[in-house]
Design a protein. Structure first.
Length: 309
């Protein structure tokens, strides 16, 4: 043995160079594949707790819904660029399948009383193959369909064919609740609600309370603008009364400040979610909330604002 590093024989130099190049290539390939998997994977979910509105500020948590606004903001741009090669319908169905699979897998650990709500992006769902795709997701995740609530877009629920009716009937027979999403944000037909309600294919509508905030295009007198648009409040109060007259439930989303909370309480929303009740939470945080509540009523804590700090 000598103190200095011994030199390799001349015949070994090419071998070492080729091994080094091979190792570097394998490392680069592994690194690229790892980055590709990270970029193409569905981002971590964030949840909005679902509350049944009680009297005197006592609300009971009944589950959580995927916070779609946070989810869309975190979808990698590279994934979106790749998805442009596919049709919009195929993109929506694949996104819904990934979202349902991820949500059901994480919600499978929740207590039995907690319900999962997922809003679907596919404007053609529920199509004839929807329940088959959903069964695959439920079987792989172990989440029971009886604790799942689905929000479909109006165009999907408006499909006037037997397959749609059979699909909705099968879901509701197994305990899945069906809601119409985006009520009031797009041209809505009360006749559709009446037909689906009378036919027993719909549980309720999801009303976005942010529709009550004044639009920048709305005419108003000089001075401070009101927090809520009075004409919008009158209109949607009447529209939601018509919905309740059909025996449908109304759940409010986007309830982000006290005036909106007061409105959804006055119009009789049975359920609400928004930052005034609780902000978006991670899977670990929402699981901890469920364990702490354990079915007990939770005292509402107003979200802090810049003025209240």
């Amino acid at each position: 043995m000598v103190d200095e590093l011994s030199e390799l024989p001349e015949g070994k130099l090419d071998y070492v160079a080729s091994m080094a190049a091979s190792s570097a290539g394998m490392f680069a390939t592994t690194l690229r594949s790892r980055r590709a998997r990270q970029k193409s994977a569905l981002p971590p979910l964030r949840w909005l707790p679902r509350f049944v509105l009680g009297r005197n500020g006592t609300d009971k948590v009944i589950g959580a819904q995927v916070d779609m606004s946070q989810l869309w903001l975190s979808v990698p741009r590279r994934t979106l660029r790749k998805s442009r090669r596919k049709s919009l319908g195929q993109q929506q169905r694949e996104f819904d399948a990934d979202l349902l699979g991820n949500a059901c897998s994480q919600a499978a650990t929740w207590p039995d009383a907690m319900r999962l709500m997922v809003s679907l992006e596919d404007d053609q769902a529920p199509d004839g193959d929807f329940n088959g795709r959903l069964n695959t997701v439920l079987q792989s995740s172990g989440f029971p369909v009886s604790r799942l609530d689905l929000v479909f877009q109006e165009s999907g629920l408006a499909q006037d064919d037997k397959e749609t009716c059979y699909t909705l009937s099968a879901l509701r027979d197994q305990g899945c609740q069906i809601f119409l999403g985006g009520f009031g944000t797009a041209p809505s037909s009360l006749s559709l609600l009446r037909e689906r309600a009378v036919g027993g294919l719909l549980d309720g509508v999801q009303f976005d309370a942010s529709l009550l905030t004044p639009s920048g295009m709305t005419w108003q007198q000089s001075g401070a603008s009101p927090l809520l648009d009075e004409s919008a409040m009158v209109f949607y109060r009447a529209a939601l009364e018509a919905v309740k007259a059909l025996g449908l439930k109304v759940r409010g989303v986007g309830v982000d400040f006290p005036d909106l909370l007061a409105f959804v309480q006055k119009v009789g929303c049975v359920e609400a979610s928004g930052t005034i009740l609780a902000g978006p939470e991670t899977t670990a945080q929402i699981s901890e909330r469920f364990e702490e509540s354990a079915g007990r009523p939770r005292r509402r804590r107003m979200a802090r604002t810049a003025e209240g700090l």
